[in-house]
Design a protein. Sequence first.
Lengths: 250, 136
Amino acid sequence: MSEAKMIEIQVLRYRPEQEDEPVWQSYSVPFTDDMSVLQGLQYIKDEIDGTLSFRWSCRMAICGSCGMMVNGKPHLSCQTFLRDLAPGPVRIEALAHFPIERDLVVSVEPFVKKLESVKPYIIPKEPRTLEQGEYLQTPEQLAQFEQFSSCINCMLCYSACPQFGLDPDFVGPGVLALLHRYNADSRDGGQAQRMEIVNSQEGVWSCTAVGYCSEVCPKHVDPANAVNQNKVNSAKDYFLRFLSPKGASK
Amino acid sequence: MNQKTAARRPYVRSMQGWWRRDPFFMVYMARELTAFAVLAYSIVLVVGVMRLAQGEAAWNGWLAALQSPWSLLLHLVFLLSFVIHAKSWFEIMPKTMPLMFVGGQRMNPAIITWTGWGATIAASVALFALALWGQS
């Protein structure tokens, strides 16, 4: 292990019981080349200041818990290395566009509610019995939704989306990408149920194609693509009902 | 309200000046802003068509107005705006399209972007050729 160098980490603190608004606090942290920003924060919590609050779990860019603003950009702190930010200072802030609960912890309830609302599961197009065997899918059909199934709900895309910042009711990139993941699945027949969300004021039309969500996504989900494909679907859904004698899906 | 809820006091940060926070947002705002140049130029062209309908004198007046120094300067601003607008749109174009596959492989986004530029260049060359042919 190489000898530790020092780096200054500035953290936006917010302790609701003692502050009316967030304040910056600076820490001097020894770091090695293999240390992530998350490990820097863990050092602070373990060795300097136990009152610092932040979320983390897997340390390997899978769980999606440790998203935060690092030098003003949304990153997974486990995947961002102090060596790349040296000599610092490194400025760390809770994910942008979300209300801060405490220090680097943000409110996630509205996001989870939105996740639930899109029915993020396969609603079978044609129910099959066990005897009928599995649902078959071609590689081409898989490719239509595979990338959108890689989302880890880290919410970095929400921190990259000014439209979500301006209107917290916007369903937002991550959830709309997940919605598309199921709508685009050849086994799924639930599109009609999900179009109500796609078509709503808070749905895809709140997106103005900034495109930053796809840039910051650590899993290359490309939520901007999912949202924009659904603008086409929404427009089709709207206009086709004039042509369909039975009326199209709602 | 129970004790636990009362202790919560989520802090909402202001969005004021959000578009200055990241260069990516500035590029986005440049794309949005230059759309007004596209609108303005389309109005210039519509006025041209209207003047044409009003007869030869009106049409010649419009042509003369286009050649004034202010008009030339305005057209320079238009051109610059269009280049920024096109560049920024062509870059984001792959994100706005359905997934495209060629021979089972996902199409490289750069190909979509460059197809946009290719079409722009082809259309511009065709327009210039038409204009030169019209003058000869």
